[in-house]
Write a protein that binds this ligand. Structure first.
Ligand SMILES: C[S@@+](CC[C@H](N)C(=O)[O-])C[C@H]1O[C@@H](n2cnc3c(N)ncnc32)[C@H](O)[C@@H]1O
Length: 366
């Protein structure tokens, strides 16, 4: 973790291309290249430790190092742990869960694979279809690392991967924007069906994000999963032991064991009412910070620490969203004006519900 130790804390308003936005006793914020970055100040006896705040991630990891090195030049720095120019190459391939809310996507055909595992199917599709953008979603980090390495080795530039729960990631995708969705050999979880990827909420999202004519393909070796999914999906075509061009590691194993393989293919035929989703509004009313706590069904909203910057400015940490994947955000209260510090939460339904509750709770307190 990059950090510096310093004897004094007197920072100028501007250091080259860095602007010191605000500074309190325990935190300070800088703006670099149009992006806000938060740093913690820890009192360590006769000196201070300065390090970046871990929940506020920047677009490039090297930016933290860059800012700290600039700051260390103007302070009475005793120790520093900074490595410049250590940008990771994978920056292009691995995306954040807010990708679809924040970026304009140049591809007209976008396809998704949920739980790509070794990535064999995804890599092969991407290599054979350079004009299509493929999004791979995986909760298992080593699979993400492995496919990034393969993309680099094989010069594949039309894959993006996200390390997130597909059920929540789908909530962030624009309606009617996806051409194809693959779900191959999901874990059946027959004894704990609520853990499955293919649950009722997921199907609603699949239907919402697919273009008309777009399709969703489930491939499984598990008869119970297949039958349950048929009931959930409804109008779809089914196959047994259909041959496909690219088989995965799991498929090869089931075929060696002579197990049946079931496919369900759902094609979207028309636009439905639930697809006209308004843009999520993450604004607040004018207010002041207070401690707050809410936990009901699977939504949590909880304030953590409130930093006083001065008598007019406060920064409040909050944990918010689905209890299964809550986000840690900061809210800046600047002379009554309130906004999310650095960036909005990921634009999922759960976060929007949490935001609405949070806004209400803050208003109630004032
Ligand atoms: C049985 S493996 C199948 C892998 C690959 N599709 C294949 O056919 O070889 C299931 C994969 O789904 C991933 N997975 C499970 N739940 C997930 C979720 N909610 N979101 C994204 N990936 C998930 C697992 O980490 C695992 O890699």
């Amino acid at each position: 973790m990059p950090h510096i130790y310093t004897k004094n804390l007197t920072l100028p308003d501007v250091i080259d291309d860095i602007k010191i936005d605000f500074i309190g006793e325990e935190v300070f914020s800088v703006i670099c290249d149009g992006e806000e970055a938060l740093f913690l100040i820890k009192n360590r006896g006769n000196e201070y430790l300065i390090k970046s705040e871990k929940h506020t991630r920047l677009s490039k990891t090297s930016k933290i190092q860059y800012i700290l090195s600039k700051i260390s030049n103007v302070l009475d720095t005793t120790t520093k742990n900074i490595k410049l120019n250590s940008e990771i190459k994978s920056g292009q391939i691995e995306i954040r869960p807010n990708y679809f809310c924040k970026n304009k996507i140049d591809y007209t055909n976008i396809q998704i694979e949920v739980g790509f595992g070794t990535g064999r199917h995804l890599l092969s599709l991407a290599k054979n279809n350079p004009d299509i953008l493929f999004i791979g979603i995986e909760i298992y980090k080593p699979s993400i690392e492995k496919i990034i390495k393969q993309c680099e080795l094989q010069n594949i530039d039309n894959i993006r991967v996200v390390n997130y729960d597909a059920r929540l990631f789908f909530e962030t995708i624009e309606s009617l924007s996806i051409d194809k969705i693959f779900l191959h050999f999901p874990i059946p979880w027959n004894d704990a069906k609520h853990r499955r990827v293919l649950i009722d909420k997921f199907i609603v999202e699949v239907d919402r994000i697919l273009k008309v004519g777009g399709s969703f393909e489930l491939r499984t070796d598990d008869k119970i999963y297949f039958e349950d999914s048929k009931l959930l999906i409804g109008d779809s075509i089914e196959y047994i032991n259909r041959n496909i061009d690219i088989t995965s590691k799991y498929e090869d194993r089931w075929r060696r064991e002579e197990k049946d393989i079931y496919d369900l293919i759902y094609t979207k035929k028309e636009i439905k009412d639930n697809e006209k989703r308004d843009k999520i509004d993450f604004s607040f009313d004018r207010s002041t910070p207070k401690e707050l706590y809410y936990l009901e069904s699977d939504i949590i909203v909880k304030s953590t620490k409130i930093y006083k910057i001065n008598s007019d400015i406060y920064l409040m940490g909050v944990v918010m969203g689905s209890v299964y994947s809550a986000e840690y955000k900061y809210i800046l209260f600047d002379r009554g004006d309130v906004r999310y510090y650095q960036s909005y939460p990921i634009c999922s339904n759960s976060n929007y519900i949490a935001h609405t509750i949070l806004r209400g709770l803050i208003n109630e307190c004032n």
